[in-house]
Design a protein around this ligand. Structure first.
Ligand SMILES: NC(=O)c1ccc[n+]([C@@H]2O[C@H](COP(=O)([O-])OP(=O)(O)OC[C@H]3O[C@@H](n4cnc5c(N)ncnc54)[C@H](OP(=O)(O)O)[C@@H]3O)[C@@H](O)[C@H]2O)c1
Length: 335
């Protein structure tokens, strides 16, 4: 079968399309014929060697994908042959609070990823995906969508109506906007692109702030008619965090998710103390959260936003396109 392989540390541009043995069905396992995949910024970090040491090498990249169950050597409780399923980013995090043990294995990171024609896994690692979504749309759910869902509804305080701030217009922030609006929250976003802010408004964004012409956007948001934020979905990292803290109200919450603008910047923790802000790291989510999110997606008919779909044979172009950083929404690969 065809698969992609990369040496972590060598960069995604050195990923190779290769021929390897199709997995043989082992006892207790199922076989999936993969249909579609979606890319995450993390896939670039893994390939670039910025995602920890000791990863398998060579590594099959990508954590997010959807496939059809074509064979099973075990009882398929709740699933059937021919069903479309996604794999969980953390195959061992079934439910309950996060632990080191549950998150030791991550697809396309500490264990092999999904960018292959066929995948063998355990039935406990899969999740049924909403019927009304296309293969590509369903492939966007395991990482970006679940992270946004976890931040908004699983790990932080559930207020009936809150003011949410998101950073940029990538996969996580667009899902956060869609989920927050479906829950009746008000949402503001910062973006480096006025065009992206207009596109976010079409998805229901209440207020957009241009972060290029206004690098001190934290104070601007706080003093604007939108006002102080209850919950910030922080995706920029160390260099956007000070502005996020400024925008967030006393007693508010910040979900720390991403490092788009880099890991290193001078950072003063004092305002977090003075404003009594709850700073919460978020790491994707469990299989139980994934199932709860899918119910909400189904109920609210939330359609993932896809920027572009590439063919399996052109997966290298999909990564190059993501590296440019001008996309709006998810980048997918389809068989
Ligand atoms: N903790 C977790 O479990 C978890 C899960 C998923 C993702 N993440 C992390 O969350 C971050 C976002 O992931 P994603 O998949 O949504 O990424 P993405 O789809 O690649 O998002 C890129 C968007 O972020 C904005 N952006 C890019 N560079 C920026 C910069 N230097 N400063 C501010 N904004 C910038 C851009 O929006 P504009 O052009 O509109 O500004 C861009 O469209 C990444 O760091 C990723 O590794 C973490």
């Amino acid at each position: 079968m065809k698969t992609y392989l990369v040496q972590p540390g060598s960069g995604i541009e050195n990923m190779q399309l290769s021929e390897i043995e199709k997995p043989i069905l082992q006892p207790g396992k199922i076989l999936l014929k993969m249909l579609a995949w979606s890319l995450n910024y993390r896939d670039l970090l893994v390939a670039g060697g910025q995602y920890g040491l000791g990863l398998p090498s060579p590594l099959i990249p990508i954590s997010d994908g959807v496939g059809e169950i074509i064979e099973s050597s075990t009882e398929l409780a709740g699933f059937k042959i021919g069903q479309r399923v996604a794999l969980s980013f953390f195959p061992d995090w079934q439910d309950g609070p996060i632990t080191a043990q549950k998150t030791k294995k991550s697809l396309g990171g500490t264990s092999q990823g999904l960018l292959s024609e066929f995948i063998s896994c355990s039935p406990s690692e899969i999740v049924s995906v909403p019927q009304f979504l296309s293969n590509e749309e369903a492939s966007t759910l395991p990482c970006a969508a679940l992270t946004a869902w976890n931040a908004l509804f699983e790990t932080t305080t559930n207020l009936p109506e809150k003011k949410v701030l998101t950073i940029g217009s990538g996969g996580v922030s667009i899902f956060a906007l869609q989920f927050a609006k479906s829950a009746g929250h008000k949402v503001a976003a910062i973006s480096r692109s006025v065009q992206h802010l207009n596109q976010l408004k079409e998805l229901g964004l209440d207020e957009g702030f241009d972060s290029i012409n206004n690098p001190k956007w934290g104070d601007t948001i706080r003093k604007s008619s939108f006002g102080e934020v209850d919950h910030t979905i922080e995706l920029g990292g160390a260099s956007t965090l000070p502005q996020s803290i400024k925008a967030t109200r006393v007693g508010g919450e910040i979900s720390l998710i991403g490092v788009l603008a880099g890991n290193e910047a001078e950072f003063n923790p004092l305002p977090i103390i003075m404003k009594s802000i709850k700073l919460q790291g978020i790491f994707v989510g469990s299989i139980a959260m994934f199932n709860r999110m899918n119910l909400a997606i189904e109920k609210n008919k939330i359609k993932p936003v896809i920027d572009k779909v590439f063919k399996f044979e052109n997966a290298d172009s999909a990564f190059a396109y993501m590296a440019k950083g001008n996309h709006f929404g998810k980048i997918c690969i389809s068989i």
